[in-house]
Write a protein that binds this ligand. Structure first.
Ligand code: SAM
Length: 249
């Protein structure tokens, strides 16, 4: 058995990332630990910190009222901090933190082509590419598409296509769309809610799985989509992001 230690700050997102990534269905939750009965491949997870193997003799680990003998099995050695936007050749303030970007890519739980039709400087696509996905991005700002290409090439991502255009013109069948819509001062979008509503219709024609990130104060009906999980990620005092995992009805 494994005892898997998750990031406490975003516990539900950590759990769902783990379940989508490993595809396991049987588990027990003990505080911020999952007890699972497989030897799993964990490399690539963002919000899982460590895993211990439960053994007959070993170090004593207490979780609440339960006690386990454990030995170290796996430690997360991904260098997310080293890939933060300001450390990339083409930084941009709206680019997602790599740990969050990887977590939402994993939350999609798919293999194959991932699209981000509001790709910006490719913070999200970079993590998808490093996780082994083929990636496709669109941005309406040609400077952003240039930034995206330079960033992806810098990290040696080979299977990418970046297009200058409108997300609403997306016309490509993909395993999942994972995207972070424009927001705040960094955008000239007049009516974000209307843009997202139109985008939900376009997305449903191109994929079955959509992980959407949006400002938390925007309330929407998801019409053609079934909501499978909603999470919040605090960025700073004027911005908390809502993350919604959707599957086509
Ligand atoms: C929040 S940023 C994306 C950041 C990106 N996920 C990252 O981590 O680097 C949103 C992007 O959407 C682009 N955008 C705004 N309206 C658009 C539209 N209608 N179609 C495509 N891109 C659009 C903006 O130029 C901006 O680069």
């Amino acid at each position: 058995m494994l005892l898997v230690e998750l990031n406490k700050a975003n516990l539900q997102l950590s759990i769902d990332e783990f379940l989508a990534f490993t595809k396991i269905q049987k588990y027990e939750l003990l505080e911020n630990f999952l007890l699972v009965d497989n030897n799993l491949k964990l490399d690539g997870l963002a919000l899982t910190k460590k895993a211990y193997q439960v053994v007959d003799r070993g170090r004593l680990k207490k979780i609440g009222s339960k006690e386990f003998f454990v030995r170290d099995f796996w430690t997360n050695t991904e260098r997310f901090e080293d890939r933060r936007s300001h450390l990339r050749p083409q930084p941009h303030p709206t680019s997602l933190h790599p740990r969050l970007a990887r977590a939402v890519v994993n939350l999609a739980g798919v293999k194959g082509l991932i699209a981000d039709p509001f790709c910006g400087a490719a913070g999200l696509l970079l993590e998808a590419g490093l996780a082994g996905h083929e990636v496709y991005g669109i941005d309406s700002d040609v400077i952003q598409t240039r930034r995206a290409k330079i960033n992806l090439a810098h990290y040696n991502i080979k299977d990418f296509e970046i297009v200058h255009g409108n997300a609403l013109d997306l016309n490509k069948q993909v395993a999942a769309i994972v995207t972070d819509v424009p927001y705040g001062r960094n955008t000239n979008v007049k009516d974000l809610k209307a843009l997202i509503k139109d985008f939900l219709v376009v997305a449903a024609k191109n994929t079955k799985v959509l992980v959407l990130m949006l400002p938390s104060d925007i309330k929407l009906d998801f019409d053609d989509w079934k909501v499978q999980g909603t999470y919040e990620w605090y960025l700073h005092k004027s911005l908390t992001k809502k993350i919604v995992r959707l599957e086509k009805k």
